[in-house]
Write a protein that binds this ligand. Structure first.
Ligand SMILES: O=P(O)(O)OC[C@H]1O[C@H](O)[C@H](O)[C@@H](O)[C@@H]1O
Length: 541
């Protein structure tokens, strides 16, 4: 019997035992040392998981059940085994962080990657400085990054976290096939001072090609062919397609078949980010990420941040029966983090069959969402405090601000701590009445308010603190999440590295286009759409 499947099933049994989960409010009130024992540290980072619904016994069971499976799966990934079995691929995105290409790649691949990193460095260094590579007299003021999913979310997050220090180069992102954004952008750009970076592992994604073709047309309307080509770059695992699209070979950077899109920001897929933050800062990001890889590989599971984070996610999902997971970064520079993790978690672990193809009887990826605190407090948090769904929250804070307003920063971090505390401890009827004592708590009207003001508490959360938001700590944070998601996949016995679920929609779309544009009637198996297709066509006349 498969051991990983046993872990998830045993977690379900714990849920039925009624001893778990444990109210985190009760745990915090009864154990003054809980913070010390339920927190883990790395230089530059702290994870406080004391507000989770797990006690020593539960944590012990989690470690006991999972230790061997995690160690084995982790070793297989870092040894370069083909753990993405449905696509028969190794999972090697971590080599872009360690840059130790020779250990796991063929000599040709290693050479190609090293060359790719060097060219990425020199291209990004010129563009960061505001001119075309090798042509200091050709200014560049705008960079348009075209990509979707894994070919966009990581670079966008990094560009928001570490934007260029000066007014240029300005960075723009085009993803959705909705053309409005693009058509509003183009009149603001000048072809001679703009470079286009097309990022697509397959170089066949329809959204990306649609934008790419339009941008290519826009370039050639005002530039000769060679000037236009010099302003085009591509990152892909399919260089032949990029070349026939019109990107010169010197502008095509590799990403490797063994780099999953959602884990690709460390590879040349991060070119736009390296242009914005500068190549040195990009290297520091990768170093931070590599340090988290080493920690994940070598640290005892009891103080191993990705292992603990992943196990707690499974605890919440399978023992707590909780279907959501919220990210609340208390730093506007991390606004892109929820969208990035959404893809990393939901595309990796949004699966219902085990490696062996058996349908699971336990929950897998939670529904990940989130928004920056404190904005989220004024929109989402009411439901987290008093709603019928309990949603675990990751609070992410940065201890030292990069602005001079210390009072504002103290207020920001106080909000973070207050929310985590209120979720865990809540406020019972007696406390509500006491809090109302100044007013007329005894009146019938006030009494009727009490149930509305009771906060159930017992709601789990984790606090992740970065000393500062610098490339190294963000690299660590992203890798913490990547490996947490991997740990969850081990417990759930699912392949985190394929995404077959996105295929059917793409195939259907290809067949709907001719019907919607009036060339054909919807095929028989799409008859359920005939009414809608007709309505849309009628209404667009
Ligand atoms: O990089 P591309 O080949 O253009 O793919 C872009 C994205 O689209 C696909 O549909 C997948 O769902 C994503 O995993 C991928 O990141």
């Amino acid at each position: 019997m498969n051991e990983s499947r046993n872990i998830a099933e045993k977690l379900l049994l714990l849920r039925k035992s009624n001893s778990f989960p444990v109210d985190p409010g009760r745990l915090l009130r009864s154990d003054p040392d809980r913070f010390q024992r339920f927190s883990a540290r790395l230089p530059g980072m702290l994870m406080d998981y004391s507000r989770n619904a797990v006690d020593d016994a539960g944590l012990g069971v989690l470690h006991e059940l999972s230790a061997a499976s995690i160690a084995q799966a982790r070793q297989r990934m870092f040894e370069g085994r083909r753990i993405n079995t449905t696509e028969d691929r190794a999972v090697l995105h971590h080599v872009w962080r360690s840059r130790d290409f020779d250990a796991l790649l063929t000599p040709d691949e290693a050479r190609n990657c090293r060359d790719g990193i060097q060219r990425m460095r020199s291209i990004s260094s010129s563009l960061h400085a505001g001119h075309l590579p090798g042509l200091p007299d050709e200014p560049v003021r705008d960079v348009v990054h075209i990509g979707i999913g894994g070919s966009l979310l990581g670079p966008k997050l990094l560009c928001e976290a570490f934007p260029p220090a000066g007014p240029t180069p300005r960075v723009h992102f085009l993803s959705s096939v909705d053309a409005l954004e693009r058509e509003q952008l183009l009149p603001r750009l000048e072809a001679r001072t703009t470079v286009v970076v097309v990022v697509s592992k397959s170089f066949s994604t329809s959204e990306v090609l649609a934008h790419g073709e339009r941008l290519r047309e826009w370039q050639t309307a005002s530039l000769d062919d060679s000037a236009a080509e010099r302003r085009r770059f591509a990152v892909t695992a399919n260089p032949a397609r990029a070349e026939s699209f019109g990107v010169p070979r010197s502008g095509i950077l590799p990403m490797g078949e063994w780099t999953g899109g959602r884990f690709s920001v460390w590879s040349p897929v991060g070119l736009t980010a390296a242009i914005a933050m500068g190549p040195d800062a990009f290297d520091r990001l990768c170093e931070g990420g590599a340090s988290m890889d080493r920690h994940f590989l070598n640290e005892n599971h009891r103080s191993n941040l990705p292992v603990l984070h992943g196990l707690l996610a499974c605890w919440n999902r399978n023992v707590g029966g909780l279907a959501g997971h919220v990210l609340a970064p208390y730093d506007s520079r991390l606004a892109g983090l929820p969208a990035w993790l959404q893809q990393v978690s939901m595309e990796s672990n949004g699966k219902s069959v085990t490696h062996a193809g058996r349908t699971v009887n336990y929950g897998t990826s939670p529904l990940v969402f989130g928004a920056c605190g404190t904005d989220a407090q004024h929109a989402l948090f009411q439901a987290f405090h008093q709603g019928t769904e309990v949603v675990p929250v990751d609070f992410i804070g940065v201890v030292r601000p990069d602005h001079p307003d210390g009072d504002a920063h103290t207020l920001l971090l106080s909000h973070l701590l207050a929310q985590a505390t209120a979720l865990a401890l809540g406020r019972d009827a007696e406390e509500v009445r006491a809090a109302m004592a100044d007013g007329d708590a005894g009146s019938a009207q006030a009494g009727a308010l009490v149930p509305h003001r009771v906060m159930p508490g017992g709601r789990p959360s984790t606090v992740l603190l970065l000393d500062r938001l610098v490339p190294e700590t963000l690299g660590m944070l992203l890798v913490l999440y990547e490996h947490s998601v991997f740990v969850q996949s081990v417990i759930w016995d699912i392949n985190a590295f394929d995404q077959w679920g996105v295929e059917l929609g793409k195939e259907l779309c290809d067949r709907i286009v001719p019907a919607l544009s009036g060339e054909t009637a919807p095929a028989n198996d799409l008859a359920s759409l005939a009414g809608l297709v007709e309505e849309i066509r009628d209404r667009s006349r």
